[in-house]
Design a protein around this ligand. Structure first.
Ligand code: SAM
Length: 195
């Protein structure tokens, strides 16, 4: 198969954007798969900031890092990604979001449009030129379509002079398959930037 699957393509985009020594953000740590993936990319001189509001997710992510002896390359914060600017004050090469709920847990804790967009606004400022924000948009759950639509409205209005916005999606799959939105910063934003 030549067309990469959605999860695989998200990882390809991260791989293209993160080099050893870089700072990366996992905005929705969940079971820690992306945190571990990023921890491998940043190497011993880089660092990953991972966020999740659920204790269960923070614990699962920490365990995954410990199992792979990479806990020194990341901090796992039990806080919302909308607060990213409180913790990260360095230039970020890449960030990943998996919208929706933690697989195998309480489906009531889901990402929400307002906080997702707030986090995107902060990350766009922290992102280096050439950096990438990847969103894997799950939208089959309750509230998922509202979040999808609000996020699409927000990213569609980003000025193309500064941010290139891609949607990567298989359009003939059934049951609300996830798709990708990727934001690549191509020029530094003006200081007073607001979308
Ligand atoms: N990337 C994860 C993995 O590899 O397993 C899956 C993430 S899951 C689809 C979405 C996660 O976002 C859930 O664990 C949920 O607790 C978390 N979440 C919800 N609202 C959040 C917020 N405001 N900030 C950070 N995480 C949040």
């Amino acid at each position: 198969m030549k067309l990469e699957r959605v999860i695989q393509y998200a990882q390809t985009l991260l791989q293209m954007s993160v080099a050893e020594g870089d700072i990366a953000v996992d905005a929705t740590a969940g079971n820690g798969h992306d945190t571990l993936f990023l921890a491998n990319l940043v190497g011993d001189h880089g660092f990953v900031y991972a966020f999740d509001v659920q204790k269960e997710a923070v614990d699962a992510t920490l365990h995954r890092l410990l199992d792979n002896a990479l806990e020194h390359r990341a901090i796992v914060l039990r806080d919302g990604h909308e607060n990213v600017a409180k913790y990260v004050n360095k230039t970020v090469s890449a960030a990943i979001f998996n919208l929706g709920y933690l697989p195998g847990s309480d489906h009531e804790v889901v990402t929400k449009p307002n906080t997702t967009i707030q986090s995107l606004e902060s990350l766009l400022k922290l992102l280096k030129v050439g950096g990438m924000i990847v969103l894997v948009v799950y939208h089959g759950h309750e509230g998922g379509k509202e979040e999808r639509d609000e996020v699409i409205r927000f990213v569609s209005n980003l000025p193309q002079k500064y941010i290139h916005v891609l949607r990567y999606e298989f359009i003939n799959q059934k049951n609300d398959p996830p798709f990708i939105i990727a934001l690549e910063k191509v020029k530094e934003l003006p200081r007073d930037f607001e979308n």
